[in-house]
Design a protein. Structure first.
Length: 110
């Protein structure tokens, strides 16, 4: 009798574990989550490139001679554009992270 109850208990626990695994690894959810995470990673790479461009622009501005007014003006304009694009990219990354959390992607560590 005890063996029979033990077998029933083990079978029910295996079935419930299978249901939990199906919920977590639903193919549609994992594909959508993978897509969202890939897009976020792409934006983060763009953000890193913009940060390096901004640093490069600042170094060039420091090296520019005072007589080179047109170069300084162009560099300042480029720096401003990079800063604006960087802030926009940061906002997009934040929105993507919120979207990933809202979509309910399991096991996500941002």
């Amino acid at each position: 009798m005890h063996k029979f109850l033990l077998v029933i208990f083990i079978c029910s626990s295996i079935a419930s574990a299978q249901e939990i695994r199906d919920i977590i690894t639903d193919p549609a959810v994992s594909k959508r989550c993978k897509y969202l995470i890939d897009r976020r990673n792409d934006k983060i790479q763009i953000q890193q490139r913009l940060n390096s461009l901004l640093q490069r622009s600042e170094k060039l501005l420091k090296r520019a001679k005072p007589e080179e007014k047109s170069i300084k003006t162009n560099l300042e304009f480029a720096k401003t554009r990079i800063e604006n694009t960087l802030s926009l990219t940061k906002l997009k990354v934040r929105k993507m992270e919120e979207n990933i959390v809202r979509k309910g992607c399991p096991g996500i560590s941002l």
